[in-house]
Structure formats: structure tokens, C-alpha cells
Design a protein around this ligand. Structure first.
Ligand SMILES: [Zn+2]
Length: 454
């Protein structure tokens, strides 16, 4: 007798689907088969049974210019669970004046309220030689991924190319992964310096000053340095066809590079900046053109784009109040709750990607990159009991009002979607049950030190 049996659903496995029961005991997937018996049984007839989603890229309670992104680790992970996510990867908050270990300790405090399991990427701001020892120190604490900004010179977060070279060599030697925000500061800062007053006051200048070529030159440079230092590289929030081409080139050259894109780059274009509330879409990279969206969808289907994350970093309308320039806004969009639903509805249902692609790009691939596979990212016996029961036919309309993220607008307001989470289960515990959150604040584990060796 198993603890929990999910009966009669269609299991979405990496290689295809299987009509079977799935059993969970002691927090782990225990069996796949027919006629399994459980102390608790959930019927999944007509439903898809998915491995829990892994969002590679969130920013809960991120301090930015005197404010914080409006979801903390509690509200943000509850919303994520409603969207079929069971693990998130957030970031430490780096600074030139603190050590990576100090950043980690501080961020683990913020993350204590998480209802989902989580890992943290170490954000590195202010690379210097002494970071080498710091990097080894946090690696021993379970940090595998190290994030660098190639842009944002104006806020002091940029890492210079020579510093990247040195840092990538060290990350390679410990066996970590370098994450880059790939936008070319040289191009952005020149374009910004030469804006007219009128352009300075226009939201459209966000796209003008961060063109696709600035992503492509940065991706290309980061990939060359990664190849040279034999370092694993992950490009976050890829937004353009040109950037994708550089990822593809690097992959074909044998460089160990992966890339994520986000729903906003698949579904929205720079035309939204013309809207009355266009400033609510402030985020970087900027949104691009519909041809870029198409190429990114193709990339997901053919594997040159490895996964979808959200860059979830919500700010409310009040926080994003227009102050006269596209530069005077906090940058970031909400997304952790809607990502899998959008991917399913706009991707799988519309034939742009297959269900097996969906499983790979929202669960398996991020688990592998984060060194969590096969503990996470799969429904195979032995894995953590992170399972989502998904109603593929349920039609509903996305709106800030029926979503759970702590933000009063949605970039996808009014969009009709097909597919909704019925149950979210993590480590065998049902935390979303037919529209209700049934989990507990702080139940999430920091997976850094808890990666299983088996
Ligand atoms: Zn980000």
C-alpha cells in the first residue's frame, strides 16, 4: 500500500506518454504501473501527469533602487505552485563589498519562507582575485551556478571581459556553470548617450538602445571565452533570433553552452511599448519582433534553446509609475505562475512544440543544468515526488485578478488559455488542490546541501 496513488492519468515521460498509475511513498516516486493501491487515491482521468516544473530564473524580494520586487519567497512560490512549478532557482544579491558566502547566508534568510524546494545561483558583482577562494567556499555549500552581468555598467553590476575570462577559468576548475546576462554594454551605453530628449522620454527607446545585435555580440563573446576556458556556459533570458544564432554556432562548435528563453520573448513584441501602459513592460533584455518569437519557438523545438525560465521579477503599477523616462523604472515582469500554462496553451496546443519537448524544457533540462537530475525533473521511480496533475482541456482567461502573484497587472491580461493545474504535489505532499493552496509556509528545502548522491 503506497502513501499516494495517482490513478488513470496520462504520464508525460521524457520519451513519450504512458497510460498508468503513479505511486508515491515517503516523499518519492515509488512505482509506475496498473492497479496500484494507495492510502490516498487521486483520480487523474482525462488529465496529464507531469513532472513538477523547475523555474531556473526567479527574483523574489529582489532589492532594486529602494524597493523590492513585489513577490517574496512565500507569495512567489505559492503562485509558482499554482502554475505547476515545484522547484525554483533564485539568486543571491551580489555586491562588490560582500563575500559570496555572506551573500548566500543573507539570501538563505530571505528564502526561508519558500513553500517550494529551491537552489540559489551566486550573483557575482565586482570580480576580483579573492573571489576564487569565495567561489570554492560557496561551491562546497552546494552552489553550482554563478551569474554575471555583461551589461548594467550604470549600476556597477557589469563584469568586464577580462574578468569573465579569469572567472570562467575558475568556475571551470571547480566544475560549475557560468550564467550570463548577455547584452553588450558598449553598444547600449553609446546608444543611450546619444538619445535626444524626446527619445529619453519615450518607452520605445528601451528597444532602440538594446537591439538584437547587442545580445548577439555578447552571446558570441561569452561563448568564445567559455570555449577557451572549457567552462560550461548558460545564457539566461535569450530574446532574439540573432542571439539564438550565436548560441547555435557555439553549440555546433562543441562549446558547452545552454540557453533559456522566457514566455515574454516567445509571445510579446516591442509593439507593447506603444500601449498606454507600455511602461509596465519594462524589463531587459527588451522585447523584440514577431520574427524573433518565431525563431525562439523553433529553437525550443529543435533543441538549440534548451529550456524556458521566467525571470520572474514583478513590480506593481505603483512601483512602475511613469517618472518621465524609460530609464526611471524598475525592470522586470511577473511570470512564475503563467509560464507552464502559456507554454502548454500556446506551444503544445498550437503544435509549435511536442508534449515531450514541454517536459524537457520546463523540467528535465533545468534539473540537469542545476545538478538536480534525477532527484528532480522526472517521473521515474526514485525521484522526489514532485508531480503536477494538469487538466489539458480546461479553458480560462489569464488576469491579474485570478492569478496569485503579488502584482496588480498581468502582461497577458485577457488571454484565453487552454490547460490548468489541478494538483501540485511536492515530495509527496499535495500543496495545490483544485484551486486551493494547502501547503505550509517555509516547507521548501534549500537543495544546495541536499542534492542526493544516488
Ligand atoms: Zn533575471
Amino acid at each position: 500500500m503506497y502513501d499516494l496513488v495517482i490513478k488513470g492519468g496520462t504520464l508525460a515521460l521524457e520519451k513519450g506518454t504512458l497510460f498508468a498509475d503513479l505511486a508515491i511513498s515517503e516523499g518519492r516516486i515509488a512505482a509506475i504501473g496498473k492497479e496500484l493501491e494507495g492510502k490516498r487515491v487521486i483520480s487523474a482521468e482525462g488529465m496529464l501527469v507531469l513532472p513538477g516544473g523547475i523555474d531556473m530564473h526567479t527574483h523574489m524580494a529582489l532589492p532594486v533602487g529602494g524597493t523590492r520586487s513585489s513577490d517574496d519567497f512565500y507569495s512567489g512560490t505559492v503562485a509558482a505552485a499554482f502554475g505547476g512549478i515545484t522547484t525554483i532557482a533564485d539568486f543571491t544579491v551580489g555586491s562588490p563589498h560582500t563575500s559570496l558566502k555572506e551573500d548566500l547566508v543573507k539570501r538563505l534568510e530571505d528564502a526561508k519562507s519558500s513553500v517550494l524546494d529551491y537552489v540559489l545561483h551566486a550573483e557575482i558583482v565586482g570580480w576580483k582575485r579573492s573571489r576564487v577562494e569565495e567561489l570554492r567556499e560557496v561551491f562546497r555549500e552546494g552552489i553550482r551556478t554563478f551569474k554575471f552581468f555583461m551589461a548594467y555598467g550604470d549600476s556597477g553590476r557589469r563584469t568586464r571581459d577580462g574578468q569573465l575570462l579569469e572567472a570562467f577559468r575558475e568556475i571551470s576548475s571547480v566544475g560549475g556553470v557560468a550564467l550570463v546576462h548577455a547584452e553588450d554594454e558598449e553598444i547600449i551605453s553609446y546608444l543611450e548617450e546619444n538619445l535626444s530628449k524626446e527619445q529619453w522620454e519615450s518607452m520605445k527607446s528601451l528597444a532602440f538602445t538594446r537591439p538584437d545585435v547587442c545580445e548577439a555580440t555578447a552571446v558570441s563573446k561569452a561563448a568564445l571565452i567559455a570555449g577557451y576556458t572549457n567552462c560550461r556556459l548558460h545564457v539566461v533570458h535569450l530574446s532574439s533570433a540573432m542571439g539564438l544564432k550565436e548560441v547555435q554556432k557555439a553549440k555546433e562548435a562543441g562549446i558547452k553552452v545552454t540557453a533559456e528563453t522566457c514566455p515574454q520573448y516567445l509571445l510579446l513584441t516591442e509593439e507593447v511599448y506603444d500601449l498606454f501602459e507600455g511602461h509596465l513592460f519594462s524589463a531587459s533584455p527588451s522585447l523584440k519582433k514577431s520574427s524573433d518569437c518565431s525563431r525562439l519557438w523553433e529553437g525550443l523545438s529543435n533543441g538549440f534553446v534548451d529550456m524556458v525560465a521566467t525571470d520572474h521579477c514583478p513590480f506593481t503599477r505603483a512601483q512602475k509609475a511613469w517618472k518621465g523616462s524609460f530609464k526611471k523604472l524598475p525592470y522586470g515582469l511577473p511570470g512564475v505562475e503563467t509560464s507552464r500554462i502559456l507554454l502548454f496553451s500556446e506551444g503544445v496546443k498550437k503544435g509549435k512544440i511536442k508534449l515531450s519537448d514541454f517536459v524537457r524544457i520546463t523540467s528535465t533540462a533545468p534539473a540537469k543544468l542545476l545538478d538536480l537530475y534525477p532527484q528532480k525533473g522526472t517521473l521515474l521511480p526514485g525521484a522526489d515526488g514532485d508531480v503536477v496533475i494538469f487538466d489539458p482541456e480546461k479553458e480560462w482567461t489569464l488576469s491579474a485578478e485570478n492569478l496569485h502573484m503579488n502584482v496588480d497587472f498581468s502582461p497577458f491580461e485577457g488571454l484565453r488559455v487552454s490547460g490548468k493545474v489541478a494538483y501540485t504535489i511536492t515530495r509527496g505532499e499535495v500543496i495545490i488542490e483544485r484551486g486551493e493552496f494547502t501547503g505550509k509556509e517555509g516547507r521548501g528545502h534549500f537543495l544546495g546541501r541536499l542534492r542526493r548522491e544516488d
